[in-house]
Design a protein around this ligand. Structure first.
Ligand SMILES: *Cc1c(COP(=O)(O)O)cnc(C)c1O
Length: 363
């Protein structure tokens, strides 16, 4: 069989998503409520406003979606003070990673990523047959100096998750200013800002939009995290028109479905929902920090809605015992972070249940 398969794909590790609630319930024959704190989703359901926008469009499902996402782009352009021509909408921001690789890389090109970081950069690059150069994190942060050393004439894209997943750390304005000066004109810096809304008010968090006009950068953000629409798959990319146009060429014409478009547009206007989520996440984060400290566990300070926790040698068994208690977290060995779990911040009730279960299983 292997000779049938595209050679690039043979080496690719299949991405394993966090376990779905129903699956865990079935496998472990669990009763009662299961809580999922594994995939950095918003624990709150979408607001009524978003749900009614979706309902209001169900009758048009016989029609193809607007392939140009006209209204959503218009709303985003207004909010960000850009032109619609500077925006591309994707089937999740994950799709934009793939589109950028397809539009800008050819055989012999290279990308630079951190190790570990968001897994999709490496997976998508390998599928496209692009060489991946990795630079280890330093103290759970991107090492931009190390990444600058790897730049060469074949470097096409540098992926920077900011804030990063799975660490939750971020690179600062000063670091970005410095790094962008090192990058030549024919290299693209791809800022994946999936957690932008959680980080934007932090001191030293960079406003990358200010480089948009002058530099070859692509910024992506998503409706999957703070906007609570992970199930619908919508994300967007921001860049100069010269970069957006080629990405549109390789995009499937109807990549964003019609319900996703109206839901995203409604969610964008719902600032009350965003504030509510931020408040919940900040409160939950403080609670988790306090309790982890009290229990004697180290964690990485997070600019996101999740926390990476060093639970030590027994991480595998801690993860499995948490599952039997109906608490799903992420076990981090696929990232090479043996000894770590990643916990998405939930409601206060969920956070308390996690800490209670964690105390029991980590003894
Ligand atoms: C969750 C996440 C995404 C978002 O993916 P979508 O495809 O928009 O759901 C992108 N990048 C990082 C680093 C993430 O953690």
């Amino acid at each position: 069989m292997s000779s049938l398969v595209n050679r690039n794909i043979l080496k690719v590790k299949t991405y394993k998503p966090g376990k779905p609630i129903e699956e865990v319930k079935r496998q472990l024959k669990l009763k009662g409520r299961i809580i999922k704190m594994a995939s950095n989703e918003n624990t709150l359901s979408p607001s009524d406003r978003v749900i009614s926008a979706i309902k209001g469009n169900l009758k048009s499902l016989n029609r193809y979606p607007d392939g140009g996402c006209f209204y959503l782009k218009k709303a985003l352009a207004g909010k960000l003070r850009l032109k619609p021509e500077n925006i591309i909408v994707g089937n999740g921001s994950d799709e934009l990673i793939i589109l950028a690789l397809r539009a800008f890389t050819s055989k012999g090109d290279e990308v630079i990523i951190a190790k570990p970081t968001f897994l999709i950069y490496e997976i998508a690059s390998s599928i496209e047959g692009v060489k991946v150069r990795t630079v280890p994190l330093k103290d759970f942060r991107y090492d931009l100096k190390g990444m600058a050393k790897k730049l060469n004439k074949n470097t096409k894209i540098v992926f920077i998750a900011n804030p990063d997943n799975p660490t939750g750390s971020f690179v600062s304005r000063g670091e970005i200013d410095w790094f962008l000066r090192k990058v030549k004109r024919d290299t693209i810096v791809f800022f994946d800002e999936a957690y932008y809304e959680f980080a934007r008010k932090l001191k030293d968090y960079p406003n990358t939009l200010k480089y948009l006009k002058k530099k070859n950068i692509i910024i992506t953000r998503t409706f999957s995290k703070i906007y609570s629409l992970a199930g619908l798959r919508v994300g967007y990319g921001l860049a100069r028109k010269e970069l957006i146009d080629p990405m549109n060429k390789v995009r499937e014409p109807f990549n964003v479905n019609s319900l996703a478009q109206v839901a995203a547009e409604a969610a964008l206007k719902d600032s009350v929902f965003v504030s509510k989520t931020l408040k919940l996440v900040n409160e939950g984060k403080d609670y988790l920090y306090r309790n982890l400290k009290f229990l004697g566990y180290n964690y990485v300070k997070s600019a996101t809605n999740f926390v990476l926790i060093n639970v030590g040698r027994n991480s595998r068994s801690i993860y499995e015992k948490l599952l039997t208690k109906g608490v799903i977290v992420r076990q981090m060995s696929p990232w090479g972070l043996n000894g770590f779990i990643r916990v998405t911040i939930g409601t206060m009730k969920e956070n308390r249940r996690f800490i209670r279960a964690f105390k029991e299983v980590s003894r």
